[in-house]
Design a protein around this ligand. Structure first.
Ligand SMILES: NC(=O)c1ccc[n+]([C@@H]2O[C@H](COP(=O)([O-])OP(=O)(O)OC[C@H]3O[C@@H](n4cnc5c(N)ncnc54)[C@H](OP(=O)(O)O)[C@@H]3O)[C@@H](O)[C@H]2O)c1
Length: 255
């Protein structure tokens, strides 16, 4: 049997990324974890290798920084240490409005959500195609189907990019899957300073559910993974309702 693939996970120290790391380690995959906070990276790597007996590389990198992004890309392109699963997960939201907001914060969000996803995928895929197997999992959001500011626009890019990638990879043995969760209990909202109090309980998903469904869908080669029955209904509405109605509903949500 072929050796278990190594998985590289951006943002693998918290929230969804940490969940993906834990689930894949439990299945016996070696890991490469990318995040900024070195101490947390080391603690996470130590904890996962002690618990599951897998190899865990801690790779500190700020995906806003072009040189540090390039170092992660070089790790992905290294044919001597092949990475068979890439999870583009790192990300954050902004509380600000776009008009009059901090432009550098907008750029940083785009750098992590879009540029890092594009460049890391570009680095990882050729080796996967050559080996005839591999999996790209891009963490997008339900937000990509509505019109809730520049975060929505960036996630729309992630979703559409993954659709195109999947089509291009057809028949290669490499799959691309986009995970589109709604609200998930992670550090995301606290980090952005976004209040969680107005969000009804039935809309919250657990990390474990998103991770389980995402990995299941990726393994089956499915393109889109929408965890949770409530979001399968809502995503159907968001994707197939006339766009003017989606825009109106998105505005109402923000008020
Ligand atoms: N939570 C939700 O409701 C929700 C819903 C839909 C989609 N998502 C998406 O899910 C993904 C994961 O978010 P989460 O909710 O799990 O957030 P989280 O709990 O805040 O975790 C974010 C992770 O990304 C890393 N990270 C942040 N900025 C980074 C940077 N510049 N360079 C490298 N690593 C960075 C963080 O580590 P360091 O701080 O150490 O760098 C951390 O490991 C994101 O793409 C998010 O947009 C979240």
């Amino acid at each position: 049997m072929a050796a278990m693939a190594t998985a590289l996970i951006t943002g693998g120290t918290a929230g969804l990324g940490r969940g993906f790391a834990e689930a894949l380690a439990a299945q016996g995959h070696d890991l490469v974890l990318v995040a900024r906070n070195r101490e947390r990276l080391r603690d996470t790597a130590d904890a996962l290798s002690a618990e599951y007996g897998v190899g865990v590389e801690a790779m500190p990198a700020d995906l806003v920084d072009a040189d540090q992004r390039a170092a992660v890309a070089a790790r992905l392109a290294d044919g001597d240490r092949p990475v068979g699963i890439l999870i583009n997960n790192a990300g954050f939201g902004l509380k600000q409005r776009f008009v009059g907001g901090d432009l550098e914060a907008e750029q940083a969000m785009l750098d992590v959500l879009v540029t890092a996803t594009m460049r890391l995928t570009h680095a990882a895929v050729p080796g996967m195609v050559e080996r005839g197997r591999g999996s790209i999992i891009n963490v997008s959001s339900m937000a990509g189907w509505i019109s809730a500011g520049s975060y929505s626009a960036a996630k729309a890019w992630v979703t559409t990019f993954t659709e195109g990638l999947s089509a291009e990879l057809h028949g290669t043995g490499v799959t691309a899957t986009v995970v589109c969760p709604g609200f998930v209990r992670t550090e995301f909202h606290d980090r952005a300073g976004i209040s969680k109090s107005g969000i009804p309980g039935f809309l919250w998903l657990d990390v474990d559910q998103v991770v389980r469904d995402g990995l299941h869908d990726a393994r089956r080669g499915r393109l889109v993974s929408v965890p949770g029955a409530q979001y399968r209904v809502l995503s159907t509405l968001a994707r197939y309702a006339p766009r003017p109605i989606v825009r109106r509903a998105s505005e109402a949500r923000k008020r």
